[in-house]
Design a protein around this ligand. Structure first.
Ligand SMILES: Nc1nc2c(c(=O)[nH]1)N[C@H]1C(S)=C(S)[C@@H](COP(=O)(O)O)O[C@H]1N2
Ligand SMILES: [Mo]
Length: 178
């Protein structure tokens, strides 16, 4: 049920946040041994991966063969040790958007906190300086302008999940709504 686009549409609910790299912080909290706060420079020192993947928005556009570069979720999950009870993760963004995913889904090799797209830093409207990319899920899970990662026992649901969108959001199963 998707249509391929060569453009890269922008899909943002609300306005685009204004971010300053000097005050940018990534907070890792919830069910962790120790809360961690990374500055932009600390984040950029983490090992990087590249992932080539298609992107599917629930509004039925797909953009194929995106080249993402950034820090894998697996890598971020090693920054502080995660407690065994943690099963879900809520991402919060500058601007107020949130989304949640199962920790198991995030541990896939192709999930990353991307800072580059197709060889260039992200455009502001696509999440600069950093966004989550979860290629095997609908686009609303790929939170732009991420500012915190919270480990939880239960699926809290984020902005769209609380408005009736699927928790799992697998495009191959067309899990759009629940
Ligand atoms: N912070 C934030 N992240 C977001 C959204 C949003 O409104 N705010 N929209 C989501 C939706 S519905 C989609 S399809 C993708 C679109 O990414 P793009 O705007 O880079 O194409 O971003 C997701 N991440
Ligand atoms: Mo979307």
């Amino acid at each position: 049920g998707q249509v391929i686009t060569d453009r890269f549409p922008v899909l943002t609910y609300g306005s685009m946040p204004v971010i300053d790299l000097r005050s940018w912080r990534l907070r890792i909290l919830g069910l962790v041994e120790e809360e961690v706060v990374l500055s932009w420079y600390e984040f950029m020192e983490l090992p990087r991966i590249t992932v080539r993947a298609d992107f599917h928005c629930v509004t039925r556009w797909s953009r194929l063969d995106n080249l993402w570069e950034g820090v894998s979720f697996k890598e971020i999950s090693k920054v502080t040790s995660i407690q065994a009870e943690a099963k879900y993760v809520t991402f919060s963004c500058f601007g107020g958007y949130t989304t949640s995913l199962a920790l198991e889904t995030l541990m896939a090799d192709d999930v990353l906190l991307a800072h580059h797209h197709d060889g260039r830093p992200l455009d502001r409207e696509h999440g600069w300086p950093m966004r989550l990319v979860v290629p095997k899920r609908y686009g609303w899970k790929s939170a732009k302008w991420v500012k915190s990662i919270e480990y939880l026992t239960q699926d809290e649901g984020g902005f769209w999940e609380k408005r009736g969108y699927s928790g799992n959001a697998d495009p191959w199963k067309e899990e759009r709504f629940c």
